[in-house]
Design a protein around this ligand. Structure first.
Ligand code: 13P
Ligand code: SF4
Length: 323
């Protein structure tokens, strides 16, 4: 099948969330990226917050942070393009040291990753001797290297409980730590990092939504403040929210998270009404079809990690994957 015919069949997938005229402006980049992937033996891993033309148009593997880390181990291509933020590309590189890992925009960061340094972690260790340090994957490789084990929002509770200790430090997301603390008997000490996207939701928003949209099912990401999660019907990682919609098929749903999530899921669930108050992640939105194409054409923005950092950081990620 020629690529142009193929891209119009791709459009059938996304026609409910991308107007035809907009899709036509994407077609040239989509065709070129499909061809470049073949030529360079490359795969594109895309996070659930990527826009639908990336998520449904060119990605080979999609998911939450945990799924991307797990699937990164199985990748057989020579080149991985990470359509997501920098810490995700670093995780892919940690698990694929021999492969070329590209991120289309080096500036795609994360407010949580920026909230803590390895020096901060060393000071925490000194202040809490013997307390294991669990690091959210939304951190730099250097911070992972200074910690004992990683977690994602999809496995945080399991990781806490796997350690068999009465007290843990969970860094850097204060809200994730407090949300997990409500679900376990383990004492969870927190750092003061926040996600700049999820911290904007508040409990009054949830009440207003219920008033304006009777019967709406409210799903929240665990990076939201604890009072938001307490008022929601269900909280979970981006993949867990997506599975919830797939399995429960709520008549009306709102996802308190990044905007592209609803678009990407809506494609699969025509009978679910998505209410869409959402917040954009400016870092995720730095990734576009155009810069994915450039990364593949010019082999630019390669992610590398110093060997002295990579070994202990990989250990922390692999320890998480073993849980
Ligand atoms: P997930 O692991 O749930 O996909 O979350 C990643 C993220 O950056 C949420 O803001
Ligand atoms: Fe980081 Fe928040 Fe953006 Fe996720 S949504 S990448 S946690 S800033």
């Amino acid at each position: 099948m020629n690529d142009r015919v193929f891209t119009s069949s791709l459009y059938e997938r996304v026609r409910r969330v991308i107007p035809k005229a907009e899709w036509m402006s994407f077609e040239d980049d989509v065709n070129s990226i499909l061809e470049l992937k073949r030529r360079r033996n490359a795969v594109i891993l895309a996070h659930n917050y990527q826009t639908p033309e990336i998520f449904h148009g060119v990605a080979d593997i999609v998911g939450d942070s945990l799924a991307l880390a797990r699937k990164a181990i199985e990748v057989e291509a020579d080149v991985i393009v990470l359509a997501g933020v920098h810490f995700m590309a670093e995780t892919a590189k940690l698990l694929n040291p021999e492969k070329t890992v590209l991120i289309p925009d080096m500036g795609a960061g994360c407010s949580l990753a920026d909230s803590i340094t390895p020096q901060d972690v060393a000071l925490l260790r000194e202040a809490h001797p013997g307390v294991p340090i669990i690091t959210y994957v939304n951190t730099s490789a250097a911070v992972k290297a200074a910690s004992d084990i990683c977690c994602t929002s999809g496995n945080a509770k399991q990781v806490v409980e796997s350690l068999g200790v009465p007290r843990v430090l969970m860094i850097p997301d204060e809200y994730l730590a407090r949300n997990v603390a409500r679900e376990t008997n383990v004492e969870v000490l927190a750092w003061h990092g926040h996600c700049e996207v999820h911290e904007l939701f508040n409990a009054a928003d949830v009440r207003q939504l219920r008033e304006n949209y009777p019967g709406v099912t409210v799903l929240a990401h665990p990076e939201c403040p604890p009072d938001v999660v307490a008022e929601a019907d269900f909280a979970g990682s981006t993949a867990v929210m997506s599975d919830f919609v797939g399995q429960q098929q709520p008549a009306r749903v709102v996802l308190l998270t990044e905007c592209s999530m609803s678009d990407n899921i809506a494609v699969h669930h025509p009978n679910v009404e998505f209410i869409r108050p959402c917040n954009l992640c400016p870092h995720m939105k730095r990734i576009t079809l155009a810069n994915i194409r450039t990364a593949l054409e010019e082999n630019c923005h390669e992610v590398t990690i110093d060997a002295a950092v990579a070994a202990p950081a990989r250990r922390a990620v692999e320890r998480m994957l073993a849980v």
